[in-house]
Design a protein around this ligand. Sequence first.
Ligand SMILES: [Zn+2]
Ligand SMILES: [Zn+2]
Length: 219
Amino acid sequence: MCPAWAWNDSRRRPIRQFRLSRPSSGSNGKDRGEQLALPFDGASNELAPLDATGLDAEIAALLAAHEPGLKLPPLRVSSRMRRTLGSYSSHRKRIALGAHLLAFGTIDQQRAILLHELAHAIVHHRHPKASAHGAEFSEACRQLGVEPFRTVDLPVREWLSNQRYGYRCGRCGALSLRKRRVRSVRCECGEKVSPERADLVALPPDSEPRLLGTVAVRR
Ligand SMILES: [Zn+2]
Ligand SMILES: [Zn+2]
């Protein structure tokens, strides 16, 4: 595992611009929620899931070029990884990336983390006893064309502040959003929504909402 990521939150991004609405009813002041203006695409009210197939293809191409003896399974995308952006499990031989990185990060940021973890995978394959960020790691990074950094400066706290818990109404299908995980919400249509799991929703400032994963709702 390589959890050695640091960040700072000094950067600020513009406020998101897609439409959200406050519920017109069912709000008594303490229940300050938002409701996504559905449908997003005119056809369905499903959130777009994250898609890592492009990054998987990149891994396959890089391994073919630099370490053909190593095969890796598809990336694991984890909505549980919050402060950690990426990891490599030498036990499972698997790279994991944080769902927030895929939802909020630029492609360059995603590639930087991906290549860093891929360098760990290659080093472990070549030199199982090598230290995590030693000379072998620097060499693998050089081959992959990424700086052998140990920490990276990404606005993770801001990403997390643009995450919501989504509660899907069983009656009208609307998705009510809350900053905190709550047991139940009152949908705009009046229905009480108390599901076993809530959607974890990313609201990137300049692109459409994305589904990060689901989380259990405490009862
Ligand atoms: Zn590392
Ligand atoms: Zn409803």
